[in-house]
Design a protein around this ligand. Structure first.
Ligand code: NCD
Length: 531
C-alpha cells in the first residue's frame, strides 16, 4: 500500500471551519472538475483511489438516507473498502463506548476514514483527539473523522454541498449572495453551519425567516454578523414577502420534530404554517428565484410543497445530487489522494498564549499594608480585588467558590470590603500559604478574574500578580459542559476531558464567555464550574 501524504490526509472535519476558505474553494473546484468530467463522459480516473486497504467506515447512529447513501456511493466510486453501520444493527445500543468501537474498527484497516452521524455533539472532535493519540502511540496513520451531522450542532458536509450548489447556480461567481433561510432555524444543524459556510462569498446578505421558537439561536446569528453578513429577521414568510427585497435563493428546512421539547411540539402546526410556501406567494418571488432544501421534507406537511417540484424553482434535486460529487472530492482529500495541487492558506490549529498572569508593580509602604480582619498579615498570600464592583452577594459567592475550589481549608480570613471606588470587593488572606502553583493560579484566574495575588514577606507585599481570564480552561475535575447532548457532558461517560475556550479578549462580555471545544455551546464563566 502506498503511503499517501498531502495537506488533507487524515484531517478531521468536525465543523465547516476545519477547512480554511482556500481549502473549501479547493474542494468546490475539485468537485466541479469531477462532476463536469464525469457528466461529459469521463471516468473520473483522477478521483479513484482504488485501494482496498483503505477503509471507509460509515457510522450512522441517527437516521439518514441521503447523507449515508451519498457517502456509501462516494466511497465506492473512490474504490475504498466500505462498511456501513446503523445504530439498529451495531453494539452502540449495548452501551459500548464509541471510542472502543472505533479503536476496534481502526485496527481492521491499514488506513481509514470514519463518517459519523450521532446525536452526540462534538463526537468527531473528541475522536480526533483520542484515536489520534492512539495512532501516534501505535505509529499508524491518523484516521480522518468526518461529521455527518451531530445533534443540533453542525453538518459540515451538507454545508459544502449547499455552497457548491449556490456557487453552481451563481455561475461559480463568489462576489455576493443574497439568501433566505427559513423553516426550523433553531434545531436545524444545516442552517447553523451556514454561519461560517457562507463566508465563501465575499458579500453575504442573509434573511432569517422563522417564528420565535424556531428562530436562529442567537450565537449563530451573532457569528453571522461578526463574519460581516448583513442579517435581517422576519417572523413568517408572509411578513418577509410583504417587506419586499426578497432573496433569489431560498433555503427551506423541515421542522425537526424529533428534537423539539413538548412545549414547542404542541405549537408545531401554527409554527409550520409561518414557514410553509403557498401558491399565492409565487407571484412575489424575484425572477430566476431558486429553492433549496437539505431534505428530507415532511411527507404530509412539506415546507416547500410538491406543487413546486416541476417548476424551474426546484433547486433541491440537483442539490441532493451534488452531495455525491462533493463527498467524493472530500473523501479524496482526506484519504490523501487529492491535495498535491493545493495552494493557499491551510486551516491552522488555534494557538493559545497563557497570558493571564501579569506581574504588577509593588509600591513599597512604611507600614504593614495588608490588614484583613483583626490581624495584619506578616507572611503569606492575600487574594485581593475578588469580583471588584460586582453585587455583594456575588462577591461572597465567588469568595466561597475560590475557597472550595482551591481547597483552602486552613487558617485564613476573608470578607467583603470597600474597593475605594464606591463599590465592593472580596479579600481572602492566607497566612499559612507561601507559594501558589501554576494550576491553582489558573483556577483562581478562571473563577475570580481581575483579582490580584499578593505575596507578603515581613509584612510587605513583595510581589503582586494581576490575574485575567485564561484563554482556555481544561484539565480541572470541577468543570463540565452543561449541554446534555455534548460528548463531554458527564452523563455520557465517554471519558472526554471538558475543555473551554474564551470567546473574546479579556474585558468585555465575550471575555467572560466560554465556548465548549466539542459542541461549541457558550457558557458564562461561572456556569462551567460545578462547585
Ligand atoms: C439534514 C440533517 O440530517 O441534518 N438532512 C440531511 O442531511 N440531508 C436535514 C434534516 O434532517 O432535516
Amino acid at each position: 500500500m502506498a503511503t499517501r501524504k498531502g495537506p488533507f490526509k487524515g484531517r478531521t472535519i468536525a465543523v465547516v471551519d476545519d477547512l480554511s476558505l482556500d481549502e473549501q474553494r479547493y474542494l468546490y473546484r475539485k468537485a466541479r472538475e469531477l462532476k463536469e468530467g464525469v457528466l461529459a463522459g469521463g471516468d473520473g480516473a483522477a478521483f479513484r483511489l482504488n485501494d482496498r486497504d483503505y477503509s471507509a467506515y460509515l457510522i450512522f447512529m441517527e437516521d439518514s438516507t441521503r447523507t449515508r447513501e451519498s457517502f456509501r456511493n462516494a466511497a465506492k466510486f473512490l474504490g475504498a473498502r466500505t462498511n456501513v453501520f446503523d445504530a439498529a444493527t451495531s453494539s452502540f445500543n449495548k452501551n459500548e463506548s464509541i471510542v472502543d468501537t472505533i479503536r476496534m474498527l481502526y485496527g481492521y484497516a491499514a488506513d481509514s476514514c470514519f463518517v459519523i452521524r450521532s446525536k452526540l455533539e462534538g463526537v468527531c472532535r473528541s475522536l480526533e483527539d483520542s484515536i489520534g493519540r492512539y495512532a501516534e502511540l501505535t505509529g499508524r496513520p491518523r484516521p480522518a473523522f468526518i461529521n455527518a451531522g451531530d445533534g443540533r450542532h453542525e453538518h459540515p458536509t451538507q454545508e459544502f454541498l449547499d455552497e457548491f450548489s449556490f456557487l453552481e447556480q451563481l455561475g461559480w461567481r463568489d462576489e455576493r449572495i443574497h439568501i433566505a433561510l427559513t423553516g426550523d432555524l433553531y434545531h436545524g444543524r444545516t442552517v447553523h453551519s451556514k454561519a461560517n459556510g457562507l463566508r465563501v462569498f465575499k458579500e453575504v446578505r442573509v434573511d432569517l425567516v422563522a417564528p420565535g421558537p424556531l428562530g436562529m439561536p442567537p450565537h449563530y446569528a451573532e457569528r453571522m454578523k461578526s463574519n460581516g453578513f448583513e442579517v435581517k429577521s422576519y417572523e413568517s414568510l408572509d411578513e418577509y414577502l410583504a417587506a419586499g427585497k426578497v432573496a433569489p435563493i431560498w433555503y427551506f428546512t423541515r421542522l425537526q420534530l424529533e428534537r423539539m421539547g413538548e412545549a414547542v411540539l404542541e405549537k408545531a402546526p401554527s409554527l409550520r404554517a409561518a414557514v410553509t410556501f403557498r401558491k399565492d406567494m409565487l407571484g412575489l418571488l424575484p425572477e430566476g428565484a431558486r429553492f433549496y432544501h437539505p431534505l428530507p421534507r415532511d411527507r404530509v406537511h412539506p415546507t416547500n410543497p410538491t406543487f413546486l417540484d416541476e417548476l424551474p424553482l426546484n433547486g433541491w434535486d440537483g442539490q441532493s445530487a451534488n452531495g455525491y460529487w462533493t463527498r467524493i472530492a472530500l473523501m479524496g482529500m482526506v484519504s490523501g489522494l487529492l491535495g498535491g495541487d493545493f495552494s493557499g492558506d491551510q486551516a491552522s490549529p488555534e494557538t493559545f498564549v497563557d497570558d493571564f498572569v501579569r506581574e504588577a508593580p509593588v509600591v513599597l509602604r512604611e507600614k504593614p499594608e495588608v490588614k484583613v480582619g483583626i490581624r495584619p498579615v506578616d507572611e503569606g498570600i492575600v487574594i485581593d480585588h475578588i469580583s471588584s464592583g460586582e453585587p455583594v452577594a456575588e462577591i461572597w459567592d465567588h469568595i466561597d467558590a475560590v475557597r472550595r475550589m482551591l481547597k483552602l481549608n486552613l487558617r485564613s480570613s476573608h470578607g467583603v470590603f470597600h474597593n475605594g471606588r464606591g463599590s465592593f470587593k472580596g479579600i481572602i488572606s492566607l497566612p499559612e500559604i507561601t507559594s501558589f502553583g501554576e494550576r491553582d493560579l489558573k483556577k483562581l484566574a478562571a473563577i475570580a478574574p481581575g483579582c490580584t495575588l499578593n505575596l507578603v514577606r515581613g509584612s510587605r507585599v513583595v510581589k503582586k500578580y494581576r490575574l485575567d481570564m485564561p484563554p482556555r480552561i481544561y484539565g480541572f475535575e470541577e468543570i463540565s459542559c452543561k449541554n446534555e447532548n455534548c460528548v463531554s457532558h458527564p452523563s455520557h461517560l465517554e471519558g472526554v476531558t471538558p475543555e473551554f475556550r474564551r470567546k473574546g479578549p479579556p474585558g468585555g462580555e465575550s471575555g467572560t464567555t466560554f465556548v465548549c471545544r466539542y459542541c461549541e455551546r457558550e457558557h458564562r464563566f461561572r456556569e462551567i464550574w460545578d462547585v
